[in-house]
Write a protein of this length. Sequence first.
Length: 223
Amino acid sequence: MPEPSPVQDTREPSSGFVAVGRVLGAWGLQGAVKVESLSDFPDRYAEGASLWLEGEQRQIERRHVSGRALIVKLSGIDDPDAAQRLRGTLLEWPETELRTLAAGEYYQHDLIGLAVQTTAGEPLGDVAALLPTGANDVLVVRGERGEYLLPLIDDVVREIDLTTCTITVELLPGLEPLPARAPGAGPRKLGGRRAQPPARVHRGQGGSAPFDPSSRGKNPTPE
């Protein structure tokens, strides 16, 4: 039997929701699914907890870890055919019920769309995406001059202000714009998996770990 093709990251969460997981396919004969977690909070997948799938609230009946994935049995999905049809579907959580983060911490989706400027006030563009790498998240910033890939580290990201919807950065040597991409083109692939980076931004599509500008020079401990 041929190997299934990789699950493409093309779906967007429903309005008013954030993605906390992605179904990778069926698992076993009782309707369980293999899930890639997109949340930094393990209790999101506790037995008895609820998640939303295709607009319906479903309870987690049981779960266990399999390598880097989770095996989750959701209520109302009781056979492998029904589970396999969910491949690529997002598991979601209402934005209004996201837990409150500490001061200086952010969810990834809070940063998408923010305007990025240098410490000298030069506009660079808007945050189009965040890319996980093996060391830290990277801001994908697209503007008139092209696309910037800015590491979410203290030396580069000087301030995140959700009130003014701006991020102020220091353009270090080598952080030059790449050629503009065609409209609708996805982010460039940098490789690596999500990790707990020095910058602090939670996945609530949930993020990697939260960013605290006051922690420059320190090595914050991930949750």
